[in-house]
Design a protein around this ligand. Structure first.
Ligand code: G4P
Ligand code: NA
Ligand code: NA
Length: 189
């Protein structure tokens, strides 16, 4: 997605050659128009999959999940993230380890909002190690539903996430793929 590449090149800040800060349009301040364009792009790529719901994880996935769901005319549900939860019967839960933050979180989705026999589109802002996406996929499958695809806004292709998702059999659509960071500049794939 050319527009997104331009915004990253112009406004992205590379931190210690591993993390891209895009706080001005995606992770802190949000550009609503860009969020709409991203949603339209995801919806177009998955329009023939019979998607019944969009699933993401709080907090940065919510904006793009909302606009994607708007174009697909389906609901969106976001997984909640907690340090640890009291196990209850009314939620699906799994553990997600963040390599970036070196901490584990429990993620949960209420059983009320994740039924069986749904066709789920998972979306997220970043793909790094793939832990968040694999965790969401585990919740969807535990519910008895199908992961119809995974939409990623910014993929860091030098990390393992994409390959792990492909190995697990999922279709992955990334709007921008980053090959590397060189001298704090973004190199696109
Ligand atoms: P993974 O899910 O692919 O394994 O990624 P990882 O655990 O390493 O990422 C942890 C958090 O950091 C996630 O957000 C993820 O979106 C974000 N992240 C990973 N790489 C980058 C990057 O290069 N730039 C930015 N800006 N974020 C990155 P989170 O902790 O769940 O937070 P949030 O959704 O509340 O923002
Ligand atoms: Na995220
Ligand atoms: Na994030």
């Amino acid at each position: 997605m050319e527009l997104l590449k331009q915004r990253i090149a112009k406004e992205g800040i590379v931190l210690n050659n591993a993390v891209l800060k895009v706080d001005s349009f995606l992770n802190h301040q949000l550009d609503p128009q860009l969020m709409m364009q991203i949603g339209e792009e995801f919806a177009g790529r998955f329009k023939n999959e019979g998607i019944t719901k969009v699933v993401t994880i709080e907090s940065s996935g919510i904006a793009v999940a909302l606009t994607t769901a708007l174009f697909l005319k389906v609901p969106v549900v976001f997984a909640r993230k907690k340090k640890s939860i009291l196990m209850t019967d009314d939620v699906f839960h799994t553990q997600v380890f963040s390599y970036t933050k070196k901490e584990s979180n429990d993620i949960t989705i209420s059983k009320k909002f994740l039924g069986s026999k749904e066709k789920i589109l998972i979306v997220d802002d970043f793909l790094a190690s793939g832990e968040a996406a694999l965790g969401m996929a585990a919740l969807v499958r535990e519910a008895g539903s199908q992961v119809a695809g995974i939409g990623i806004v910014i993929e860091k292709s030098f990390q393992q996430g994409r390959q792990r998702l492909l190995d697990a059999g999922y279709r992955v659509e990334s709007l921008v793929r980053i090959e590397s960071f060189v001298n704090n500049q973004v190199v696109f794939l």
